[in-house]
Design a protein around this ligand. Structure first.
Ligand code: 5GP
Ligand code: MN
Length: 337
């Protein structure tokens, strides 16, 4: 049985899949990028594109703005993703075209953009409803649970094989973006693709163990600090926590260690919106927003220049912690009515 038949979709998605296929077939040297603070879908999708290009005999380089969190080290190809911030004075790699995966907007690609020549052909593959189609070619499927799902469909369109390494990367994107197949984006189609990937030999248990269950010491340390700063509005409908640069340094936490922290305020009974304020500079806070369902947090994040999904979004806010909290709380309270 062929799963993920593109004819399951409307004509626009089919057109975009064909456009993406032509984009890849018509060029040779690619730079594959995802977003700053990459998550499982960003890394899984970067590596999945690498495996697809490998099958096609194309040359490519995979790059992220920072170091890829160590917890992804069990993904095949992990060590081949280069760290832009550690590139130093080495020559800039040669490439003709860019493939950006899981990046809701152009800025999310981060500093790697400094390397893009003007008017570089860019294929934008994503699943965020707020994606503004910044590519010269765009494959954006907001109904997909993960960018990995979109890439799976692309392999069907391109008749590429599902190798075990490819399948491991696709499974990872689905696993992490659905919170371990628990969020409302866990559709029958997600389960069908996951099932097909398992059939290719993916070790789902090992991935879940490493990416969802295992707690690093630095994660536990930053969680302890974050929970000590857990606050609620008086009606307990909004909960937030914060971590400062000092907290992050003392805990030795990297971006991966802070994934999932925001679930603690969000998961408290009765809470409609959970927030995490993560200091990212002097008077600068990266905010993660999670909704239990009533509020559209992507609309709130967009008001601060960010974006994401209805139930999970992010943005960056300027000011002291108190000012950042106040600004975001005002918008969340307005959204909750
Ligand atoms: P997180 O809070 O885990 O960093 O991100 C939650 C969701 O919001 C993800 O889907 C992510 O892509 C999106 N997101 C987070 N930060 C930003 C941002 O600054 N801009 C945009 N457009 N999306 C973001
Ligand atoms: Mn994603």
């Amino acid at each position: 049985m062929i799963l993920g038949n593109p004819s399951d979709y409307g004509p626009e998605v089919v057109r975009q899949l064909e456009e993406a296929k032509a984009f890849i077939l018509n060029q040779d040297r690619f730079l594959v990028v995802s977003h700053v603070n990459p998550d499982g879908d960003a890394i899984g999708s970067t590596l999945a594109v690498g495996h697809m290009l490998e099958q096609l005999g194309k040359s490519y380089i995979m790059m992220n703005e920072g170091a890829v969190p160590a917890k992804f080290s069990l993904l095949p190809g992990y060590a081949d993703i280069r760290d832009y911030s550690a590139w130093g004075s080495q020559d800039k790699p040669e490439f003709q075209a860019v493939i950006a995966v899981d990046c809701a907007d152009y800025e999310r690609i981060g500093r790697v953009r400094e390397w893009f020549p003007d008017a570089v052909p860019l294929l934008n593959i994503d699943h965020h409803p707020t994606n503004d189609a910044y590519g010269t070619a765009n494959l954006i499927h907001p109904e997909a649970a993960a960018t990995a799902q979109v890439l799976y469909d692309l392999t069907v369109t391109m008749a590429l094989p599902w190798t075990k390494p490819f399948s491991t990367c696709i499974y990872t994107g689905l696993l992490t973006d659905t919170g371990g197949f628990r969020y409302s984006n866990t559709t029958p189609k997600v389960m069908q693709i996951a099932s097909e990937m398992l059939r290719q030999g993916v070790n789902g248990n090992e991935l879940a163990d490493q990416l969802l269950e295992k707690l690093t010491f630095s994660h536990i340390s930053i969680l302890r600090k974050a929970l000590s700063n857990l606050n609620f509005t008086s009606d307990k409908k909004i909960a937030w926590m914060s971590v400062s640069l000092d907290d992050i340094r003392e805990a030795g936490a990297d971006g991966g260690d802070m994934d999932g922290l925001v679930n603690y305020p969000r998961n408290v009974e009765g809470v409609e919106v959970g927030l995490l304020f993560k200091q990212s500079g002097n008077l600068l806070y990266k905010v993660s927003l999670r909704s239990a369902g009533l509020a559209d947090v992507s609309a709130i994040a967009q008001r601060f220049g960010g974006g994401g999904h209805i139930r999970a979004a992010g943005c960056t806010v300027q000011g002291t912690l108190q000012e950042a909290v106040q600004q975001v709380l005002t918008e969340v309270e307005r959204a909750l009515g």
